[in-house]
Design a protein around this ligand. Structure first.
Ligand code: SF4
Length: 156
């Protein structure tokens, strides 16, 4: 039985000087059978989940705390055109797909309400967004951005 390292009929074996020349110039060619094998293996591999950390080991308290302090970067008020109480323009945060209201956080903070935005905050210390605020990133579906139409078009 032929070894997998044997050249396939369509691949003629290269001489040692040819192989070494390819390696030294960085232009070494990969035999066709090897390319097919890699392609087959890649097709079977699950896609890499770049936004989820998972493993067989349960999460530790230290890992939990590290994740909680690793806050995402968001747009500030000047960049986003954020206006406190500006929702009377017809585009209030309460109707925006980026708005998150958290009753549980409000209870924990002993406040009547607490909401944030997934893409905008006032500053690192002030992240609360109110239902009647607004900004230029207002969107009802995450794709159409009516207040950015004149600059970027309505499709993100
Ligand atoms: S993207 Fe703008 S309009 Fe939408 S919730 Fe955030 S701050 Fe409000």
């Amino acid at each position: 039985m032929a070894s997998r390292l044997d050249p396939t009929p369509s691949d003629s074996p290269k001489s040692l000087p040819e192989v070494l020349a390819g390696a030294s110039t960085g232009k070494a060619t990969v035999p066709g059978f090897a390319k097919k094998e890699v392609a087959k293996r890649k097709a079977k591999e699950p896609p890499k989940d770049q936004f989820t950390q998972d493993s067989d080991q349960p999460v530790t308290r230290q890992q939990y705390e590290a994740m909680m302090t690793d806050r995402p970067v968001k747009f500030g008020p000047k960049t986003s055109g954020f206006v406190r109480g500006g929702g009377s323009n017809g585009f209030p945060c309460s109707h925006c797909v980026h708005f998150y209201n958290s009753p549980v956080t409000a209870i924990a903070m002993e406040k009547p309400t607490h909401a944030t935005c997934e893409v905008v905050r006032e500053s690192s210390e002030k992240d609360e967004i109110e239902p009647n605020d607004t900004c230029k990133l207002f969107s009802k579906d995450g794709r159409t951005l009516p207040l950015l139409e004149s600059e970027e078009g309505s499709e993100a």
